[in-house]
Ligand binder design. Structure first.
Ligand SMILES: *Cc1c(COP(=O)(O)O)cnc(C)c1O
Length: 357
């Protein structure tokens, strides 16, 4: 006899508060829903948050990655380096800019682009830019990439609010890009941001997307965010420290019960690290798959955060032997639910299950 049914814990769940609802509603009532006051205010709030430079809101991070290449003057056939362990949005941006991708392996420990592999793969190939992705919130080593990577574009889609050695992520490279897609740290459905620690590029980005009613013609593109979306983001940005603390607190509880033989990507966590995903690493694929079954039996949805097929070098049919760390990583990783909308009993259940593996 079944006395109760266990409700599954999803891998991700939105947390939308009354405040976001109120802000969106006031925009709907205002009669102005396209880009306007809300967007202007949010861009200023972002610049204040970063402590320098200027920001431009966009319709997606992919638009931001593309626009970064455009503004840096990347021209046809030039090479842009990108780690293989990323979503295809980065590859799409490179292709949209008519540039060519140089696909680089990742480091075993933090899953970020490997400077040695970058150096090796780019010898004889001048790079105009490198996408440095702070994977799962773990800071990429920008200083090590600088001498070899050309202009450094920080992909902060998984790292908003995080810091590296006292510097805010998004202010270290030449340009940085953020996403507000539904599964990201703060969200409005779809959306993005380009931040320029100086500010000339952010100005140029605003000019590029502003296509209407111009005196002279130049190809531009509509990558606007609406004021409805901007209004939804403003309260979330103001809560970013709380969001970071909540994620950290849950992650510390998981770490506390972590069984021997399993490690966690990016742990031990630094003080101001934004923990976007809690990614377990197993010794091999069999142990990983077993663990996933145990979580499933306990109603806990886990995901393999990136599969072998999705690795960029696989999409492009490049030799897998050049990417040993990424190839190993996709077999051995598993991501647990980690988000502020988890309640106490759900966290308990995840801890009990993790501890029992
Ligand atoms: C989500 C994500 C993107 C793409 O963001 P969109 O806003 O959906 O275009 C790019 N890079 C990383 C690391 C991401 O996590």
């Amino acid at each position: 006899m079944v006395l109760w049914t266990m409700v599954d814990i999803p891998h991700n769940r939105l947390l939308i508060t009354e405040e976001e609802r109120r802000c969106v509603d006031s925009v709907l009532q205002s009669g102005w829903i396209a880009r306007g006051e809300q967007s202007n205010a949010l861009e200023k709030e972002f610049s204040t948050f970063f402590g320098r430079g200027d920001s431009c809101l966009l319709s997606s991070a992919t638009a931001g990655l593309f626009l970064s290449l455009k503004l840096l003057g990347v021209s046809e056939g030039q090479f842009v380096a990108v780690p293989t362990y990323v979503c295809s949005a980065l590859l799409n941006a490179i292709h949209m800019a008519n540039a060519r991708p140089l696909i680089v392996d990742i480091k075993q420990d933090d899953l970020n682009i490997c400077p040695d592999s970058l150096s090796e793969r780019s010898s004889g190939t001048p790079l105009v830019a490198t996408f440095a992705v702070h994977t799962y919130g773990v800071p990429s080593d920008i200083d090590a990439l600088r001498p070899i990577g050309g202009a450094i574009i920080e992909d902060c889609c998984q790292a908003l609010g995080g810091e590296s050695r006292g510097r805010k992520l998004g202010t270290i490279g030449d340009l940085s890009v953020f996403s507000f897609h539904a599964t990201k740290i703060i969200t409005c459905g779809h959306g993005g941001l380009i931040h320029d620690p100086q500010s000339a590029f952010a100005q140029a980005a605003k000019d590029y997307i502003d296509f209407d009613c111009r005196d002279t013609y130049e190809p531009r593109f509509n990558f606007f965010m609406s004021d409805i979306e901007a209004a939804m983001l403003r309260p979330q940005l103001s809560r970013i420290q709380t969001i970071m603390d909540q994620r950290k607190k849950i992650a510390e509880r998981y770490l506390h019960v972590l069984p021997q033989g399993i490690s966690v990507v990016g742990a031990p966590f630094a003080i101001n690290q934004m923990i976007y995903r809690f990614v377990l690493r197993f010794s091999d694929m069999k142990n990983r798959d077993n663990a996933q079954c145990i979580f499933k039996k306990n109603g806990i949805k886990t995901i393999v955060p990136l599969t072998r097929e999705e690795l960029l070098h696989r999409y492009l049919n490049l030799d897998p032997a050049l990417y040993p760390n990424a190839e190993h990583c996709v077999d051995t990783t598993l991501s647990l639910p980690l988000y502020p909308a988890l309640d106490g009993s759900e966290i308990d259940r995840i801890c009990d299950t993790l501890g029992s593996i």
